[in-house]
Design a protein around this ligand. Structure first.
Ligand code: HEC
Length: 146
């Protein structure tokens, strides 16, 4: 029941914030690496994972997780130089929480998978917050909320 309430809250937050972001310029600006792929694709993958949890369907949740993993490359410390330092930390946090969430899903433990996935969504939001504050988004692209 707690899981359901949590999921409902997050779906509400996603909806309230306008859902999938507006499509903007694709290419990263010079010197600033693109942190991840198409934002709308990632947002949809997040919803897919949440629905997988809501429907107690680990396979569906894992399919969404794979889309996130495949579209958020791991930053390396050398290339992240033009980005604020914390971006690297949130990038690592995202991948770590995603791996843990997946472990739970693979074991059929949806509650654990959901609890870990909350940390994935926190990494999305907190990285964006940091990038917004530093004003260092690449090219014409901006993190949500800008
Ligand atoms: C490590 C930092 C970081 C994390 C983690 C991160 N983002 Fe982003 N995101 C960015 C940056 C930086 C931009 C601005 C565009 C750019 O510079 O590539 C951005 C832009 C976006 C955008 C708007 C631009 C677009 O492509 O539509 C969306 C939507 C988005 N992110 C969704 C997500 C979602 C969903 C997650 C989590 C699954 C996530 N992001 C995780 C750094 C991050």
């Amino acid at each position: 029941m707690r899981v359901l309430a949590g999921i409902a809250l997050f779906v509400l937050i996603l909806t309230a914030s306008g859902g999938a972001g507006t499509t903007r310029e694709e290419k990263p600006g010079p010197g600033v690496p693109a942190v991840h792929g198409e934002g709308a694709l990632l947002e949809n993958a997040v919803v897919e994972v949440l629905l997988g949890c809501l429907r107690e369907n680990p396979a569906a949740a894992i399919a969404g997780m794979e889309k996130i993993e495949g579209n958020c490359r791991r930053l390396s410390p050398s290339e992240s130089a033009p980005l604020p330092l914390g971006v690297l930390t949130y990038d690592q946090a995202l991948h770590m929480a995603l791996a843990k969430s997946r472990e739970f899903a693979e074991a059929g433990q949806i509650t654990g998978a959901f609890d870990q996935f909350v940390w994935v969504m926190r990494a999305c939001r907190q990285c964006h917050e940091m990038v917004r504050r530093a004003g260092s988004e690449s090219g014409a692209k901006r993190p949500p909320g800008s």
